[in-house]
Ligand binder design. Structure first.
Ligand code: GLN
Ligand code: ZN
Length: 754
């Protein structure tokens, strides 16, 4: 039996890579210094991995491993090919539009970025054209192979496979990227030869696209590719992860590869089938430790399941985490402030290596040899299962008393709209914003001081009230119709609510790479969720007291809170989502009682929870929409519910969004020039909608004409009585000057339209 991992986090336990990257971009350190930091991180990681039969090489990247692969294959977009500077400069130009010390003229447009399967990691999309040529550049991986060998680890190079590489890229000229297969394969062949010459016994070729729906053409491409890649000098481990293979299973096991890795956490149901179909000549790597979550593995439970399998497979078995550990934080031992009990239930990347070690030893030499470790783990699992901090009978009781009527508004939208029209008397094309206003350095420093206990609650509240007052005054002067309090008190739309709910815990160093130097620190849901006391009511009440215009209450929705957290693995996700929904529902009803008549419940991340396979979307959307309904729909007809989603792609889920039955939805559209509204040609969206009229991601001030024009396009599809005018997301990353000018123009645009 062999042990290995598919990849390890590259950011460093204290985000050393992030700080080095950013210093380099600012010109504060040299390329050599950045390169040394990279080398140190790799060395630290490999030193932890010496016990493995195979440690990954090539999982490190200065920005993104897919972009690395583009460079390895020589697929560098034309616009960056002739730029000056070293390879690293070219690399960063594609990654972020510019290199260190570039001046304005040197910037080019960055490669598009998108989500790596269903993770929160974003890669730079490979670009293809009919005439794309590839030219192998194996330098990086060869150097790192040598480096790893010096450290005494048994190296296994890791590369993105040809089919996945093509599948996740984008044609820039309307050509068909599958035509490039015969051009890309020779480069992979050369790469495998070179890896073999450099002493690699195995190569891990990642093909996660095998867990998604593939048509027969793409399935056939697997056959074609791997028949040509198979060669005697190096063995291929074909790695799949993030789900089950299903209809691609037959293809996968028929390929001429030496081993296959499957995700035995998400795909545990498929393991037996895989074993039955696995050719005698093929080895099987089982990803048994969750690479997507931060919980300790139940080692005894795992061994009970794994021992018979190990017996059956003998030395054909490999064990590993389910996927690269890129998606979990690095080092739990750094957490000194975390509640000790909850911490004892968690496992970050370095601990996952330890778990793998224990399982391997138990399989090789019997459980007795790791008796102490297994006993301790057993005890912790038991504690967690039985803990009254995890299980809250009140929450479980409330969930049981949820009845279908609680998901529905009292009346239909038509009826509500009439009631609301008489009540709010809003003009045609009402104007509003999405919630946050610029988070000035003063706001951030006040929040920080409060968090550190440097200022007391009274003076904190005082200072925040000044911000709210200012925001209200500005909105009144601008002439906006529905106001917001500005969210100055919130660091992050999910963390803020997490901090005020029971069942959540926070880490200090639990960072996960989102893209490039950007990391996120998802809060952790460990137990039943409840709301010990009202969260936003006082702020909203205060804001409303300052104006006669309607003040929107501002909440984050249950699905978004769920999708941006690490979620407990002991109950189904939809149950956790419903618990959050009940807590938000209490908040909604309290806001309504406090006289807040318009309440926005943001579902920025609803789309992010979509399963990889379209055939599974229906299930997810059903419970996600129901959770939103549970949170929102307990209000009376007079209360207007808004929701907000920040992406421009919802054609394929529009029916589900309509089912949420929010009175008003605001969405991101401006970057797609309202193209997105095409969906309304076919689907008649029943309620009100505010298609974002300008892009808040850019400091540019949109002109009145520009916004009028966009709204006119919208009005072709949606009756104007149901249109709102608003920016396409919150303004917290913007400065005040451009915010004021943009909103002034926006209000002017609404006036023109009226
Ligand atoms: N209400 C939030 C804000 O305005 C929404 C943020 C988002 O959609 N990402 O900042
Ligand atoms: Zn948004």
């Amino acid at each position: 039996m062999k042990t290995h991992i598919l990849g390890f986090p590259r950011i460093g336990s204290k985000r050393e890579l992030k700080f080095a990257q950013e210093s380099f971009w600012k010109g504060e350190i040299t390329a050599d210094e950045l390169i040394i930091t990279g080398k140190q991180i790799r060395a630290t990681n490999w030193n932890l991995q010496k016990f493995l039969d195979f440690a990954p090489v090539g999982d490190f990247s200065f920005y993104d491993h897919v972009l690395d692969m583009s460079f390895t294959l020589g697929n560098v977009p034309e616009r960056a090919q002739n730029t000056k500077g070293a390879e690293l400069d070219r690399f960063f130009r594609i990654a972020r539009g510019r290199s260190a010390k570039d001046n304005e003229e040197d910037t080019i447009h960055a490669g598009e970025m998108t989500k790596w399967f269903d993770t929160n990691y974003h890669y730079i999309v490979p670009e293809f054209k009919a005439d794309t040529k590839f030219a192998l550049n194996p330098q990086r991986i060869i150097e790192q192979l040598a480096e790893s060998r010096e450290l005494g680890v048994n190296a296994k190079p890791v590369i993105v496979g040809p089919i996945t590489y093509l599948a996740i890229g984008k044609e820039k000229d309307g050509s068909d990227k599958s035509d490039l297969l015969q051009r890309i394969i020779p480069e992979y062949q050369k790469l495998l030869d070179i890896l073999a010459e450099n002493g690699a016994e195995w190569v891990q070729i990642d093909e996660p696209v095998l867990v998604t729906e593939l048509d027969s053409k793409w399935q056939d491409m697997f056959q074609t590719a791997y028949e040509q890649l198979s060669q005697p000098n190096i063995k291929i481990l074909l790695a799949t992860y993030f789900g089950t293979l299903q209809e691609n299973l037959a293809t996968a096991v028929s390929l001429p590869v030496d081993a296959i890795h499957i995700d035995a956490v998400r795909g545990i149901s498929e393991v037996k089938t895989v074993m039955n179909l696995l050719p005698e000549t093929m080895q099987l790597s089982l990803g048994v430790i969750d690479g997507r979550n931060i919980w300790k593995t139940d080692l005894t439970g795992l061994l009970n399941w794994l021992e018979p399998i190990a017996k059956q497979l003998g030395d054909r078995l490999w064990i590993a985490p389910s996927c690269s550990l890129l998606h979990v934080p690095v080092d739990l031992d750094l957490e000194e402030k975390m509640d000790e009990e909850i911490k004892s239930w968690l496992s970050f990347a370095t601990h996952k290596l330890e778990e793998l070690k224990v399982v391997a030893r138990a399989l090789k030499d019997g459980r007795d040899i790791v008796k102490a470790e297994l006993n301790e783990n057993y005890q912790l699992m038991l504690n967690r299962r039985k803990s009254m901090r995890v299980n809250n009978p009140d929450v479980q009781r409330s969930l049981l008393s949820v009845l279908p009527y609680m998901l529905r508004r009292e009346s239909t939208y038509e009826k509500r709209a009439q009631v609301q029209k008489n009540k709010f008397k809003l003009p045609l094309y009402p104007t509003t914003t999405i919630g946050s206003f610029p988070q000035t350095s003063e706001i951030r420093s006040t929040r920080l001081k409060f968090k550190k206990g440097e200022i007391d609650n009274t003076s904190y509240v005082q200072k925040m009230k000044v911000e709210i007052k200012n925001a209200v005054k500005i909105q009144e002067e601008l002439g906006l119709d529905v106001l917001v309090h500005g969210e100055a008190e919130r660091n992050d739309m999910v963390e803020y609510f997490g901090e005020h709910l029971d069942g959540y815990v926070f880490s200090e160093f639990g960072w996960v790479q989102s893209y490039g130097s950007r990391c996120v620190k998802p809060p952790i849901i460990f137990g039943d969720i409840s709301r010990p006391k009202p969260i936003t009511i006082e702020w909203s009440k205060y804001a409303q007291s300052l104006t006669n215009k309607p003040m929107k209450g501002m909440l984050t929705g249950p699905v978004t809170i769920l999708n941006w957290s690490f979620v407990r693995d002991d109950i189904p996700r939809f149950v956790v989502c419903n618990q959050i929904a009940l807590a938000i529902r209490e908040e909604v009803l309290d806001l309504e009682k406090a006289g807040i008549d318009i309440i926005q419940i943001d579902e920025a991340a609803l789309r992010e929870g979509l399963p990889l396979r379209k055939s599974e979307w229906g299930d997810y959307l059903k419970w996600a929409v129901e959770a939103f309904q549970l949170s929102a729909n307990g209000v009376s007809d007079e209360t207007q519910i808004h929701t907000h989603m920040c992406y421009s792609e919802f054609n394929d889920i529009i029916a589900a969004i309509a089912d949420m039955d929010a009175d008003v939805i605001t969405i991101e559209t401006s970057r797609s020039d309202m193209e997105l509204l095409d969906v309304f040609d076919e689907f008649s969206y029943p309620n009100e909608i505010g298609p974002g009229v300008y892009d808040i991601h850019s400091p540019n001030v949109p002109s009145v004409d520009y916004m009028v024009n966009l709204m006119e396009k919208a009005a072709v599809r949606i009756p104007e009585e149901r249109l709102w005018v608003n920016p396409d997301c919150g303004l917290k990353t913007r400065g005040w000057p451009e915010t004021l000018s943009s909103l002034r123009n926006m209000v002017e645009a609404a006036n023109c339209l009226r």
